[in-house]
Design a protein around this ligand. Structure first.
Ligand SMILES: Cc1cc2nc3c(=O)[nH]c(=O)nc-3n(C[C@H](O)[C@H](O)[C@H](O)COP(=O)(O)OP(=O)(O)OC[C@H]3O[C@@H](n4cnc5c(N)ncnc54)[C@H](O)[C@@H]3O)c2cc1C
Length: 438
């Protein structure tokens, strides 16, 4: 029996998934609501709209997102093809004319004999019908309710309140110590960055005077008033001591020699391979350059390498570690797959790559072939693995970076740049072998 796949959302992930399914001769009904009702940031009627910046970021293979684009090109990615067609000069970045980019994709999708476009604000998901939900970070209200009834309220989030994440290797451990507060538990899970009063004063003054990023959406202004996700700089503005009674409290965190601290910043392990640490309680709305400048004043973090900065965004996403398997399929609803930013990947390129994973596996699922886990030493596979295997408790979206990829072991010492180049070469080789399997 011929099966048709419903895809909800003709954004980056949805268009890519539709194209990949069509290439595999599978019929698609692609649902999009923007011609009926646009969201706050949409201004075009065409598909795959880049709502903010017009860049798909670095093309440098030493950068994980550069390698990711190269991996996607190996799957004949529609979005990458469109970006190359609509490219405008931007140094080492793949920047595009957003209208040309969106028109190219829309024309191709609308003229594809396997794809039927349906203009509709979808408000019903049939669990018996193969469906990819790719409705993005601003999924409409009606669909939200359906998703919640499918997966449960506790697994659906409305905003990102992300604290910065740094690499463990960039922390100066001569200035930090490992300990859990009040030495609870058998292991020493946290890296603690202690401060004396002078260090704290300097940090505090820079923090309260640092520049903040502007909100994209009216609703984002409201996010900042929730106590549970209050930005660290707003909390600090309540008074000099507020942070030392809050996320920077020194209680239960004496130095290893027994002396007291004035304040302590805690870093908590963020991924299973123990390479990433997030700054506890540091959700923030500072601009990225200010985060780098101010947070590097924290002892031990002078050279911190930020794999992601803190953000406060309206961003609807699901708890993928609890809900999805390696194929982006809902564990308890095998006909339903998710794709794109709603799975907890973040960024244009990352969202598109997630559409490729969902489409390839949906095609295999429909033809009763075993679904395939993408190799975790590729950026696509590493990112996918992160969103399904990281802690479900503190799950927050993630961009492409080398720390979430199972990089090859290098048996000689090489410079940082060369190391990243070798990682990308290994990732591309591994993807080439994987594609042969397909
Ligand atoms: C304000 C804002 C700014 C951003 N800026 C950037 C940036 O500069 N760089 C970057 O890399 N990333 C940025 N992002 C993240 C960006 O949205 C994603 O990276 C990317 O667009 C997500 O792709 P997607 O396909 O998952 O979702 P989208 O591209 O958002 O596509 C989802 C589609 O689903 C449709 N849809 C939603 N609900 C329904 C429904 N019920 N029925 C039918 N259709 C529906 C929407 O209209 C939309 O077309 C930003 C996000 C937001 C919210």
């Amino acid at each position: 029996m011929e099966k048709t796949v419903n895809i909800i959302g003709a954004g980056l992930a949805g268009c890519e998934a539709a194209y990949q399914l069509s290439k595999r001769n599978i019929k698609v009904n692609l649902y999009e609501k923007k011609t009926i009702k646009r969201n706050e940031v949409q201004s075009l009627n065409t598909f795959a709209e880049l709502v903010c910046s017009n860049t798909l970021r670095s093309t440098d293979l030493r950068n994980a997102v550069g390698c990711l684009k190269e991996e996607m090109r190996m799957f004949d990615s529609l979005i990458i093809k469109a970006a190359e067609y609509a490219q405008i000069p931007a140094g080492g970045s793949l920047a595009v004319d957003r209208e040309k980019f969106s028109h190219y994709i829309t024309d191709l999708i609308k003229n594809d004999k396997n794809i039927t476009v349906i203009e509709k604000d979808v408000d019903f998901i049939n669990p018996d019908s193969p469906t990819i939900i790719a409705s993005g970070p601003l999924t409409s209200e009606n669909l939200q309710k359906q998703i919640i009834s499918l997966i449960g309220q506790e697994y659906f989030y409305f905003y990102d309140a992300v604290a910065p994440i740094v690499t463990k290797s960039s922390i100066d451990t001569t200035k930090t110590f490992r300990k859990n507060r009040y030495e609870k538990g058998d292991t020493e899970d946290y890296i603690n960055c202690p401060m004396n009063k002078e260090q704290y004063s300097l940090f505090y003054n820079e923090l309260i005077n640092a520049k903040t990023a502007e909100a994209h959406l009216d609703k984002e202004k409201e996010l900042k008033v929730f106590e549970g996700c209050m930005p660290v700089e707003i909390m600090a503005k309540r008074g000099f001591d507020t942070l030392t009674y809050g996320p920077l409290k020194p209680a239960g965190l004496r130095n290893l020699d027994g002396t007291n601290n004035f304040a302590v910043v805690q870093l908590r392990q963020d991924n299973a391979s123990d390479e990433l640490y997030n700054m506890v309680g540091f959700q923030t709305n500072l601009t990225w350059s200010e985060q780098k400048r101010v947070f590097r004043l924290i002892p031990g973090m002078e050279q911190a390498d930020f794999v992601r900065y803190g953000v406060m965004h309206l961003n609807k996403f699901i708890n993928s570690p609890s809900l999805l398997n390696s194929y982006n399929q809902v564990k308890l609803q095998p006909n339903i797959f998710f794709a794109g930013q709603i799975t907890g990947v973040e960024g244009y390129v990352e969202s598109t790559s997630s559409g490729i994973i969902s489409a390839i596996n949906m095609a295999r699922y429909l033809s009763n072939e075993p679904m395939l886990k993408f190799p975790t030493n590729t950026v696509m596979g590493g990112l996918q693995n992160y969103i399904i295997s990281t802690s479900s408790k503190n799950f927050q979206p993630m961009k492409a970076n080398w720390s979430i990829v199972d990089n090859i072991e290098l048996n000689k010492k090489v410079k940082k740049d060369e190391k990243k180049f070798l990682y990308s070469q290994a990732a591309l080789k591994s993807m080439e072998n994987f594609i042969k399997l397909l």
